[in-house]
Design a protein around this ligand. Structure first.
Ligand SMILES: Cc1ncc(C[n+]2csc(CCOP(=O)(O)OP(=O)(O)O)c2C)c(N)n1
Ligand code: SF4
Length: 250
């Protein structure tokens, strides 16, 4: 009896991610959801620029590579041209919350019927660990060697909280993948974000608190602990918006 297998929507290529990086876990969850909803043949993913730049190699559905930060704009065009297809973006915090902030906010405000998977690892991973918009106050990075000084660099951006002030988006949830319970919740949120699109409900974003052991300078295990001790207190997990659920309560 097979009790554990690779989802069909995940390709056979070995991933290039560092040991302990949680990008791989989130890839797997997305692929499991694509399998379960039986949408592989009509799903189009938009890969970002960042460590997950090669996500196009890891999913078996069609993939498009977007310029840094532009994934929601590309997804908007694809979804509007091919409304029967299921379109998702997969983006890091540098991609989504820095150079791509305008695309993020406006696609949410327009309630584009797309699914956004947002990996918040509090750092620019691919380029060697510079400060991101989500870097915590006091966090040491290559460009904040004495720790992020909020007087000089400003405060981190809380994407779910910020987008929840807009009337546009359908669904916003923040999850984490640092332990089994959180991985299970993350899977549920990702599934809902895809299901919403299948049902035509609109813009659904799941922010996944992730780890970057390499640039945080921690072992994989310590990095998962750091998520619990430092990241989750600053970025509380939970549903920030679920318009359909709220309307159903009325
Ligand atoms: C227009 C443009 N500006 C800057 C870069 C350089 N660049 C590549 S990846 C990256 C940041 C990636 O960080 P993030 O999006 O958080 O993803 P991660 O690598 O942490 O997964 C930057 C600034 C680029 N490729 N294109
Ligand atoms: S640099 Fe960080 S985000 Fe990039 S693959 Fe390595 S651990 Fe993951």
């Amino acid at each position: 009896m097979v009790v554990f297998d690779k989802p069909h929507a995940l390709s056979d290529l070995p991933m290039h991610y560092c040991p302990g990086c949680t990008h791989g876990i989130v890839h797997r969850l997305v692929a499991e959801v694509i399998d379960e909803l039986e949408i592989e043949g009509k799903t189009i993913g938009i890969a970002p620029v960042g460590c997950s730049v090669m996500a196009y190699d890891y999913f078996n559905c069609d993939m498009i590579e977007a310029a840094h930060g532009r994934a929601p704009a590309v997804a908007t065009g694809v979804k509007r041209a091919l409304p029967e297809n299921i379109v998702f973006t997969y983006q890091g915090d540098g991609d989504l919350a820095s150079i791509g902030m305008a695309e993020t906010v406006h696609s949410a405000a327009r309630n584009e019927n797309i699914t956004v998977i947002f990996i918040n690892n509090a750092i620019y991973g691919m380029t060697g660990g510079q400060m991101a918009p989500t870097t915590l106050p006091g966090q040491v990075t290559q460009t904040s060697p004495y720790g992020r000084d909020v007087n000089h660099c400003g405060y981190p951006i809380k994407v779910c909280e910020m987008l929840s002030t807009l009337d546009g988006p359908e669904y916003l949830e923040r999850v984490a993948v640092n332990n089994v319970k959180n991985v299970k919740n993350a899977k549920k949120a990702i599934k809902k974000a895809f299901q919403n699109q299948v049902e035509g409900k609109g813009f659904s974003l799941v922010e996944v608190i992730s780890s970057c052991p390499t640039n945080w300078g921690l072992t994989p295990q310590k990095a998962l602990e750091w998520v619990d001790e430092k990241m989750i207190p600053y970025y509380p997990l939970g549903v920030y918006k679920d318009r359909s659920a709220k309307e159903a309560e009325k």
